[in-house]
Ligand binder design. Structure first.
Ligand SMILES: [Zn+2]
Length: 167
């Protein structure tokens, strides 16, 4: 992982210190020992393997889904998030055409067959990018990282404009 970071950008290891820790407690100790550095914690985890977590917020990367190269890019751009533009979104409808019953028993969820999701890249705290269709049925900002979404969502369409801006 540290090697993938250095390959991506040589500043890692020179200008930006990189420490590999076995678990969260060790990461906390590193931060305590060098408080002058603005550390950011990246937890590389595998489902089913239990390790102590570092305190505070961090970036969580599932190593069974994310390659070191992809993880390095996520660390490099942790503020680039994915927004989903949804055509023909899932709807809740009443089966009898009437208003929702008190216990919601007459409601059902409909997922249209022609539903499509287009993923856009937006810097955290950013505003709706111009490539989102002005008459989009639904737009969902998320905290999902763009570089990770790019890698593993074959059922979604990546916006070509956003892909060109953030390859
Ligand atoms: Zn876009």
């Amino acid at each position: 992982m540290a090697e993938a970071l250095r390959e991506l950008n040589p500043r890692y290891g020179t200008d930006v210190p990189v420490r590999c820790c076995e678990d969260g407690a060790e990461a906390d100790a590193v931060r305590e020992a060098e408080p002058g550095i603005d550390w950011s914690v990246v937890e590389m985890y595998r489902p089913g393997v239990d390790r102590a977590k570092a305190t505070g917020d961090g970036l969580w990367l599932n190593t069974s889904l994310v390659t070191p190269d992809r993880a390095a890019r996520a660390i490099e751009k942790p503020d680039l998030t994915a927004w989903y533009e949804i055509e023909n979104p899932t709807r809740v409808v009443s089966v009898d055409g009437g208003p929702p019953a008190d216990d919601y028993s007459n409601l059902t969820i409909v997922v249209p067959e022609d539903q499509r999701q287009i993923v856009h890249a937006v810097p955290e705290g950013g505003t709706r990018p111009p490539c989102v269709s002005p008459d989009a049925d639904m737009v969902m900002p998320t905290g999902d990282l763009w570089v990770l979404v790019q890698a593993r969502q074959p059922d979604r369409i990546l916006c070509p404009e956003c892909t060109a801006r953030h390859p």
